[in-house]
Design a protein around this ligand. Structure first.
Ligand code: ASP
Length: 456
């Protein structure tokens, strides 16, 4: 297949189609069915057993002994491959790009895109929260009740924020790992990325007869891991149903009721970013048909929604980018691991909205300058957020502290954070895919010329 308005390059065929199956039902359709089934049963049993502790205990038993383990096995299969995949795909990606000038150009474009689109996301969030003002006139009784229920959890997150030591010069120093194995064991993604980048660059600088075998091994490793992701995706429909059941069956819907306008602000912002901003970007910068794009990335979106983790979704993103969207492996291998770690549009939007909402609740006036600080900090913190469930909360507390909102106030929103986390992780990963498509399209002719030159 040649590039058209559905792909940015020739898709890789690994012989395990994710979009269509022997029985005719596409994998993404099965995953969506899993999502719906999990949500219907989870929400249904939550409501039906709300006033019946005996029945509720049975539902919790099912969650603990059946759906949690199924979901966890899927999650672990994805997490298990993240570090080797990032290392293999990033170092090979850099080595295949060949020269540092090219790497610099692509790196610059990638970071510029990440930052600009993240700023746009925060701007959307801040506009909504300033217009809707969900925190103005917030009931003091509800506030006190939420602070009491979730205060302890907030304290724990605060302690974590302190031990992270905030955002400073050490944030940059720590990107360089003392020991790459230790960084890998701790899933310290920025450090793993740094090591992989340096390794890839060094590969381009040593004689070809030495670098080629290493590159071949890494390519084989990458392929093998993508195969494992394919295996994991086969259980995705069941696992997604299980994960969604566990979350919705336990969820405190009454808490959502008292925070309805705040949640509406966050979700409306995320929806605008996901379904208005991205389609425009994908059309203008990657010349792709947005409908086809969303159809192809559905498994990625559903994986993000059900796992609440950009890291866990990264393997699926890379597979989809290469096999469905036709993004060349060297671009997917470079842009997507960086994006999963640094490009979190949904998280930045959420942080901006939450900060202004809590300021409204606590009666803290945030003028133009303070809101500008909120934008800058939300972008920076989103870059530093780990791609795991709830990864942004400790960093969000630092933003709150900086602009004079009590960080403990985070307790007010913790009760509904899981749903918001699932929702913001979707634009987090979709944004990475739009970036990969943009870079692939903008580099298409250069890559083709490079491939021809090396074949000659
Ligand atoms: N769960 C988000 C992610 O992995 C991070 C966060 O916003 O807490 O992308």
């Amino acid at each position: 297949m040649t590039p058209n308005d559905e792909t940015v390059g020739a898709p890789i065929d690994r012989g395990d189609e994710t979009t269509s199956d022997k029985d005719g039902l596409a994998l993404h359709t099965k995953i969506l069915i899993g999502l719906a089934v999990g949500a219907i049963f989870g929400i249904g049993s939550n409501f039906l057993t709300a006033s019946n502790p005996g029945a509720n205990a049975k539902v919790m038993w099912v969650a603990k002994y059946i759906t949690d383990p199924v979901g966890q096995i899927f999650l672990r299969m994805l997490f298990m491959v993240v570090v080797p995949l990032v290392f293999a795909s990033l170092s090979v990606g850099v080595a295949q790009l060949g020269d540092l000038k090219k790497l610099g150009r692509i790196g610059f474009k990638t970071f510029a895109y990440f930052i600009l689109v993240t700023v746009l996301a925060v701007a959307i969030g801040l506009t909504l929260v300033n217009v809707i003002k969900p925190g103005v006139g917030f009931s003091p009784e509800v506030q006190a009740r939420l602070m009491e229920t979730f205060g302890k959890e907030a304290e724990q997150k605060g302690a974590q924020a302190k031990s992270d030591q905030g955002f400073g010069i050490n944030t940059f120093v720590n990107i360089v790992p003392r020991n790459p194995i230790d960084a890998a064991a701790k899933t310290d993604m920025l450090a793993v990325i740094f090591f992989a980048l340096i390794f890839g660059i060094a590969l381009t600088l040593i004689p070809r007869d030495k670098s080629e075998p290493v590159q071949k091994v890494l390519e084989g490793l990458g392929e093998t891991i993508i195969k494992i992701v394919g295996m994991a995706m086969q259980i995705a429909p069941f696992a997604v149903a299980a994960l969604i059941f566990s979350t919705t069956a336990r969820f405190g819907w009454s808490v959502l009721q008292s925070l309805l306008w705040y949640a509406a602000c966050v979700i409306a912002g995320l929806l605008i970013h996901q379904f208005v901003v991205y389609p425009v970007l994908i059309k203008i910068f990657a010349n792709l048909n947005p409908v086809a794009f969303f159809r192809k990335v559905t498994p990625v979106m559903v994986t993000a929604f059900s796992t609440s983790s950009s890291n866990a979704t990264l393997p699926t993103s890379i597979k989809t980018a290469e096999e469905e969207l036709g993004v060349p492996p060297q671009i997917a291998g470079f842009v997507l691991p960086l994006g999963a770690t640094m490009n979190m549009n949904g998280t930045a939007l959420f942080e901006g909205v939450t900060c202004v909402f809590l300021a409204q609740v606590f009666g803290v006036q945030l003028g133009m300058t303070e809101q500008l600080i909120v934008v800058i900090l939300s972008v920076l913190m989103a870059v530093g957020t780990a791609g795991v469930p709830g990864g942004s909360i400790p960093l969000l507390m630092i933003v709150l502290d900086t602009v004079g909102v009590p960080p403990g106030g985070i307790a007010i929103i913790l009760g509904i954070d899981r749903i918001l986390d699932m929702s913001r992780t979707v634009p987090n990963v979709t944004g990475d895919l739009t970036a990969a498509c943009f870079i692939a399209r903008s580099e298409a002719t250069r890559l083709k010329a490079g491939a021809q030159a090396s074949a000659e």
